[in-house]
Design a protein around this ligand. Structure first.
Ligand code: FUL
Length: 492
């Protein structure tokens, strides 16, 4: 009994501190009811990654192509100095939270020694036919603290049965090998490019498939759910995250995390119309990934060594993807040595330096926040949660207050050009529009407006401004806002 009481007091103090109970008698209001579609726990983990990478690597790297025909001799795959640690370290130093490897691209060549085909690394001279790129990259990801995912092209220009039902068995067998042999996967990336001409076991013909029916996706997805419950399924239409509809790395503005999956053209390889902006209210939470290559092509081509995106271009992409609530999937193509090329490295390093210099300190960290409305009780729902760096806590208003204001009183005149906002995603994407003002000679002057927030909205101003007061006005919301974070930053 004594021991129980002894533990009760710190427990009560902790609950009071977190706002779950109030020791002075006020009972916190229940949290706002979720509005519209909401993310799963699996999707929330994906959202938290924000920035990860693609590795496009296969026979194309050696044949100088983007799409292999499927008749490539496995002997052409022969990296001279493959170094998974160099590749993964580069990604980690760039700030990536994970890597997705093209285990099999459209040419059908497997980067792992699949039991179901001879068209793989086991027939290449690399590592004497005993190599496994999927193993080496996934192990290196674990060593460096990155999550790992796979791209397994549904279209296979090598396989003789492509286009027939038998191919589906082959595809699922390969998928099972990847799902069971390489530890936890954070995603399986199902590409939408499909059908057309290919080698197809020597037939060398054109094969057309019906994207809606041929792959029987629901049953393939079920295999992933069963074997890798934390893996998010990617395709043009989700179900866990969607394509942004372009390969430039730019999200639309607004960019909603929801889609209307009742549309007949929403299936893998279906229409890209509407993907850049998403759909509101939508029927499902299907946030977008912006995929883009650091070079013009997805695979390494020596002629593109001088066309690596500059740090400034990468920053623009970051603000237009992560800064619009998406995840950024930046492709780094290993070269013929099996390493990330020095030019790509140099660009990534400077990009990272600029991001770190920008986001090292929240310039609003010591501000006094004044909210025009707070849901009872303030300990639980007050604006102080906007500065705690914790997306699980948030500022919320009573249900009927849809357009509240927040005043940020800075301890001194502060210069910034980036405003960082996050919604509390488990309650849905509630905010539809906002405006930002600065205090100037006793008045408020608007300096920015925006629409969707979702996982993150980075408002990047063309010029720095200096002020002691900032005001955030939520100008339109579908339900009372639940805002998790607020930050002010200055680009160097
Ligand atoms: C596309 C593919 O056809 C490209 O080769 C690349 O893999 C890109 C990420 O997706 O659909």
């Amino acid at each position: 009994m004594f021991r129980r009481c002894f533990g009760l007091i710190p427990a009560l103090a902790w609950l009071a501190a977190t706002g779950c109970i109030s020791l002075n008698g006020a009972v916190p209001a229940p949290p706002p009811a979720p509005w519209g579609p909401v993310p799963s726990e699996r999707q929330l983990r994906w959202h938290a990654m924000e920035f990860y990478g693609f590795l496009h690597f296969t026979v194309n790297t050696f044949t100088d192509k983007e799409w292999g025909y499927g008749d490539e001799n496995p002997a052409v795959f022969n990296p001279t100095d493959f170094d998974a640690d160099q590749i993964v370290r580069t990604a980690r130093q760039a700030g990536m939270a994970g890597l997705i490897l093209t285990a099999k691209h459209h040419d059908g060549f497997c980067l792992w020694p699949s039991r179901y085909t001879e068209h793989s690394v086991k027939n290449s001279p690399w590592r004497g036919g005993r190599g496994d790129v999927v193993r080496e990259i996934s192990d290196a990801c674990r060593r460096h603290g990155l999550r790992f995912g796979v791209y397994l092209s549904p279209w296979d220009r090598n396989h003789k049965d492509y286009g027939r039902p038998e191919y589906l068995t082959y595809y699922r067998n390969q998928l099972r090998e990847l799902l069971t042999g390489y530890g936890e996967l954070f995603t399986v990336w199902f590409d939408g490019a499909n059908g057309g001409d290919g080698w197809y076991g020597g037939a060398r013909e054109h094969r057309r498939i019906d994207n809606r029916t041929y792959y029987d996706w629901p049953n393939t997805w079920r295999i992933v759910r069963e074997l890798q419950p934390w893996a998010c399924l990617f395709s043009d239409a989700g179900p866990d995250f969607r394509w942004i509809g372009n390969e430039r790395g730019y999200a639309g503005d607004p960019c909603w995390a929801t889609l209307d999956l009742t549309r007949p053209d929403r299936y893998p390889g279906g229409s890209s119309a509407g993907l850049e902006n998403g759909e509101r209210p939508g029927t499902a939470w299907v946030p977008a990934e912006c995929d883009v290559s650091i070079r013009p092509g997805w695979f390494y081509h020596p002629a593109e060594d001088t066309q690596v995106k500059t740090p400034a271009q990468l920053l623009d992409i970051y603000y237009a993807s992560v800064g619009r609530g998406c995840c950024l999937n930046l492709n780094l193509p290993p070269d013929r040595r099996g390493r990330i090329h020095e030019n790509d490295l140099a660009s990534l390093r400077e990009f990272r330096r600029l991001l770190d210099a920008t986001f090292a300190t929240n310039l609003a960290a010591d501000a006094v926040l004044e909210a025009r409305a707070v849901r009872p009780t303030p300990a639980r729902y007050g604006p102080q949660h906007l500065l705690d760096g914790d997306r699980a806590t948030y500022w919320a208003t009573p249900d009927e207050v849809l357009t509240p204001e927040l005043i940020v009183r800075l301890p001194r005149a502060t210069t910034f050009n980036v405003v960082d906002l996050r919604e509390h995603l488990p309650l849905g994407q509630r905010i539809e529009a906002f405006a930002l003002d600065r205090g100037q000679k006793g008045a408020w002057v608007e300096f920015a407006r925006g629409t969707s927030i979702g996982n993150r909205r980075l408002v990047r101003l063309p010029q720095k401004l200096t002020t002691e007061r900032v005001r955030l006005r939520i100008t339109r919301a579908a339900a009372s806002p639940a805002l998790a974070e607020f930050g002010l930053y200055a680009e160097p």
